[in-house]
Design a protein around this ligand. Structure first.
Ligand code: NAD
Ligand code: MG
Length: 398
């Protein structure tokens, strides 16, 4: 295969979407369909939703469509028969799809499963729209080293990080005093800890402002999402951890802020529609039109801000401590959280057990410096084993 050096100014822009069937993936497809002349699609990948992957493939005509679940290969091949789109299956094929010569890659797989495919795009110096925050939390140092080594470009898609990216003066970063990450507070912003013990997965995924995948919705409910975003921001922007603050802002209008030494605070605002931050990365360095509802501040009237409550949302403290501890701690935090969220969604543990599982795993799993991808994977695997054993004990008690 010939790997061409990706170009930011190529028209049409050749794009690959990793995780095209998810919430971010579908929003990315929506934007591409609105500007068919601006993009050609190289590859689409999904975990198991063959019906949607085939439907997207028939519309966008990628060269290849990949389903990660190898058992779904025959279904995908049948669904794509006669379309001219090549079918492939398996985790290795997802990583290979990311290596194909697209200038721009959307990294929208959920969880650490997105790490290897994202690194595969980074290794050929691609422009990567990064939605998959877990891969930066799990392997931030390794990832950022690879990005600079291969001349890749990482463009944040997470709405807070897109906001910061849009107002961050990179040529004067020594003049940045602090970053303020805003958080909606999630569905349990006003719920007591006693009531949180009883909440169901259905209640946890019902986010008040954003329509997202199940995992990130639960992360928003525990506020671990903001903890992961703290670590994500630490890797993306040259600002030390103590100067990255978190503020609860229930209206989700101010997507984040950067405060400068002169007292100026620059914020990016908009209605809560992920197509705005996705479009900023997809069209970068240009801006592209989106159908996102326009912001009418006079209709909203009041914007409020409050400090997060560490007693009801211990995940925030766990994430900050993991970042301060460093080494494998963020990898362990992420792995344990993925296991715990899955277990909560499967009704094996209660909502408050999510943070308990993460805390237990952080205090039990061995820490150490992670200088290679294999060291990261080992720490991730070990942490998952410890978290699963903790969940199994919890399940036996309940
Ligand atoms: P989602 O669950 O809706 O979609 C996940 C996608 O990843 C799907 O296409 C799925 O098929 C694919 N996938 C899942 N497991 C896989 C595996 N093992 N191998 C290959 N593919 C796999 O999730 P989402 O809400 O779109 O979130 C995607 C990522 O973007 C997450 O990291 C999330 O934190 C981040 N993010 C999402 C939003 C949002 O609004 N949804 C906002 C900010 C950041
Ligand atoms: Mg976010």
């Amino acid at each position: 295969m010939v790997v061409t050096q990706p170009r930011a100014d190529a028209v049409p822009r050749r794009v690959t979407i990793l995780g095209s069937t998810g919430s971010i993936g579908r929003n990315t497809v929506d934007l591409i369909e609105r500007q068919p002349d601006a993009f050609v699609v190289e590859a689409l990948t999904a975990n198991s939703n063959v019906a949607l992957l085939a439907e997207q493939s028939k519309k966008l005509r990628p060269r290849v469509a990949v389903v990660a679940d190898p058992d779904r290969y025959a279904d995908l091949k049948d669904a794509l028969a006669g379309s001219g789109v090549e079918a492939a299956a398996g985790a290795a094929s997802v990583t290979e799809a990311a290596a194909r010569p697209a200038e721009w890659v959307m990294a929208a797989i959920v969880g650490a499963a997105g790490l290897e495919p994202t690194l595969s795009a980074v290794h050929r110096g691609a422009i990567v729209g990064l939605a998959n925050k877990e891969c930066l939390v799990c392997a931030g140092d390794v990832m950022m080293t690879e990005v600079s080594h291969h001349g890749a470009t990482l463009l944040p898609v997470d709405s807070e990080h897109s906001a910061i990216f849009q107002v961050f003066e990179f040529d004067r970063s020594d003049r940045v005093e602090r970053i303020v990450l805003t958080a909606s507070g999630g569905p349990f912003r006003e719920t007591s800890r006693a009531d949180m013990a009883q909440v169901t997965p259905e209640q946890a995924v019902a986010h008040p402002n954003w329509d997202m995948g199940a995992k990130i919705s639960v992360d928003s409910a525990t506020m671990m999402n903001k903890g992961l975003e703290l670590i994500e921001a630490y890797h993306l922007f040259p600002v030390p951890e103590p100067r990255i603050e978190i503020l609860v802002h229930p209206q989700s209008v101010v997507h984040s802020m950067v405060a400068y030494v002169d007292g100026s605070v620059l914020a990016q605002m908009g209605t809560p529609d992920m197509r705005t931050p996705i479009s900023y990365a997809l069209g970068w360095p240009d801006r592209m039109p989106t159908p996102a509802e326009r912001l009418r501040l006079e209709e909203i009237g009041t914007l409020t801000f409050e400090q997060p409550d560490p007693d009801r949302f211990p995940a925030l403290t766990l994430a900050r401590q993991a970042l301060r501890t460093g080494g494998a701690a963020p990898t362990i935090l992420n792995a344990a959280n993925e296991v715990a969220v899955r277990s909560f969604l499967d009704r094996r543990i209660g909502f408050l057990d999510i943070a308990h599982t993460v805390e237990h795993t952080l205090s039990t799993a061995p820490n150490g410096r992670l200088e290679s991808l294999s060291a990261v994977m080992e720490a991730d695997t070990r942490a998952r084993e410890i978290a699963r054993a903790f969940v199994a004990k919890r399940t036996a008690v309940n």
